[in-house]
Design a binder for this molecule. Structure first.
Ligand code: SAM
Length: 185
């Protein structure tokens, strides 16, 4: 699935308003979205995507076979959140701050996979580590925490008891990106 012109404009508007939290010049391309979705086992439990933006990766997750009612999208930008709710019937869209997970998500059953699309390298190392620790606590045993990044190295040193693997280097993306998977050892 390719991104529409309307989605590109929506993304550009958000980038101009809040460059640090968008952190990319275009939405992810289909090759990157698929490389992320491939890491998800659709039968393994509910899935959380953080920072879905215009919904490119969300669409790939649904195409992978995750049922809409099993997908939660957590997005900070209000216009993106409205757009996602209109675009994906049956999906849970939560508008809020992923750095305050307890407030935005509250108590929920653990997830079978978490995808983070946040531009983590734009945030201080201590904030990145706290963020990943919070996500790790919300995963089912053995479930993947998937993060893409434009940097050469994993954006966060794995939390205690976790490993990290680069599962894809997607050259056919602007800019090229790596897909990192963190798992409990
Ligand atoms: C690099 S864009 C990725 C968008 C989309 N997933 C993609 O791959 O094209 C980062 C997204 O994270 C969202 N975001 C940034 N900070 C956030 C936060 N603290 N809480 C929730 N979403 C956030 C932005 O609004 C944006 O939609």
């Amino acid at each position: 699935m390719t991104t529409t012109l309307a989605d590109n404009l929506r993304f550009l508007r958000a980038l101009i308003t809040n460059p640090k939290s968008i952190g990319a010049i275009f939405p992810s391309g289909p090759a990157l979205a698929q490389a992320i979705a491939r890491q998800i086992d659709p039968g393994a439990g509910p899935v959380l995507e953080i920072g879905p933006g215009t919904g490119v990766v969300s669409q790939a997750i649904l195409t992978r076979g995750v049922a809409p009612q099993d997908l939660t999208l957590l997005e900070y930008d209000e216009e993106f959140a409205r757009h996602l709710a209109a675009r994906f019937a049956g999906v849970h869209v939560v508008q809020g701050d992923a750095f305050e997970l307890d407030r935005t998500l509250g108590a929920r059953p653990p997830f079978g996979a978490i995808v983070s699309c946040l531009p983590l390298l734009n945030f201080p190392a201590a904030q990145r580590v706290a963020f990943m620790d919070g996500l790790a606590a919300r995963l089912l045993p053995g479930a993947p925490l998937i993060q893409f990044s434009y940097g050469l190295h994993a954006p966060v040193v794995p939390p205690d008891g976790f490993s990290v693997t680069c599962t894809a280097f997607v050259v056919a993306n602007i800019p090229p990106a790596k897909v990192w998977v963190y798992r409990k050892i």
